[in-house]
Structures are given as C-alpha cells and as structure tokens.
Design a protein around this ligand. Sequence first.
Ligand code: DGP
Length: 215
Amino acid sequence: MSGLGAAKKVRGALIVIEGLDRAGKSTQVSRIAQSITAKTIKFPERTTPIGKMIDSYLGKMSEMDDHAIHLLFSANRWEKVDEILRSLDDGQHVICDRYAFSGIAYSCAKGLSHDWCRSPDVGLPLPDLTLFLSLTPEVAAQRGAYGEERYEVVAIQEKVKTILSQLGSETNVGPWQTIDAGQDIDKVTEDCLAEVKKAIDSVQLKGAPIGKLFT
Ligand code: DGP
C-alpha cells in the first residue's frame, strides 16, 4: 500500500440569483454559468406536472388559492433537490435562477404570513451565495414584454423588492450580496462573477458539506 489515499473530490458551489421580474436574472445566470462551467436550474421549472400547473396559473389560464400555489412553487423546488445534490456531490457548480426567497417575497406581497411562507422550504440545500439583482420596479417595467404574466404589476413588484431587500439579513439564508442591476450589463456580470469566484474559493477552502436552508 502506498499510504496515499485518493484526493477527496471537492463539492460544487450552489449559487442563487434572485430579483424582480425583468431584472436581468436569466442573462446573468447564463453568462455566469458559461464563465464557471455550471449547471443551471430555473425556478419555476415549468416542464414537470407541478410546473405545468404553475405555468398555467402565471399565464392567468387558471386560478388557485394563494396558499395552494405557494405550496406548488415549493414542491417544484423540492422535486429538483436530488438533482441539485447529486450535481454538487459530483463537483459541479449549480446556479438557480430564483429560489425559496422568491417564494417568500411573492407570496408575502399577496398578504400571506412570512412564517407560513417560509416553512415549506425549510431544509432545502443552503446556497453558498445568493446574488440579489436590485432594480427599481419602474426601470424593470420599461424592459421588454413586461405585464404579460400575473405578477408583472408595479404595485406587486414594489412589495416584492422591499421583502427581497430584507431577506438577506435573516438567519440561515447563507451569504447574500446585493448587485446593482441598473448598471451596464457587462458591469453587472463583472460584479456577479467577482462574488461568485469568492464563494467558490470559500467552498473549496472550507470543504464543508452543503447546509440546510432556514435551519
Ligand atoms: P420567471 O422568473 O420569469 O420564470 O417568472 C416566474 C414568476 O413566478 C415571477 O413573477 C415570480 C413568480 N415566482 C417565482 N417563484 C415563486 C414562488 O415560489 N412563489 C410565488 N408566489 N411566486 C413565485
């Protein structure tokens, strides 16, 4: 025996991008993913049976009780947890376009209680970094195709922004950074990548297992 064990594989980092509708999340997610070679997951994931119900609700083709749709959004995240954990274990970075924070922000904006909204997502994989792309609802509203889906209304987005802005200071949400999404698009990417690289370095340095959200 040589006495030299195989080097332990370092897990990937879980990165979350949050923000209002039209904040530029999808563009930044794909740019970051390309730069760090990451897997991307977009929530809601509209192709599963649960995701199709969410899609129909968002497109105003069906109505649902606010609590019921909240639980479906959460279930839609839970149905991707195995895939997320397997990828991280394999050493692959995962970037989520929206996560449980959108769940709290959009449902609280409709008047549901914060504690109730938080509970179905307790125990999801804890992000190693959340980037909140901050933009005023007025600027977001000027961006393309705004107003087609259910929540694309400035009054709702104002409340969502206020709630999202406060979530980063809650306990057990993981590292949280706010990025000014009103800047030039390349500067937004640069700012995001600087934070993402720090988060990856920290995961690699600490070698800690993935945590659990809100616990
Ligand atoms: P998009 O990110 O463009 O695919 O839009 C999804 C829409 O659904 C957007 O208006 C935000 C909203 N949303 C995302 N996640 C949740 C959630 O967990 N709960 C609620 N109520 N709304 C959500």
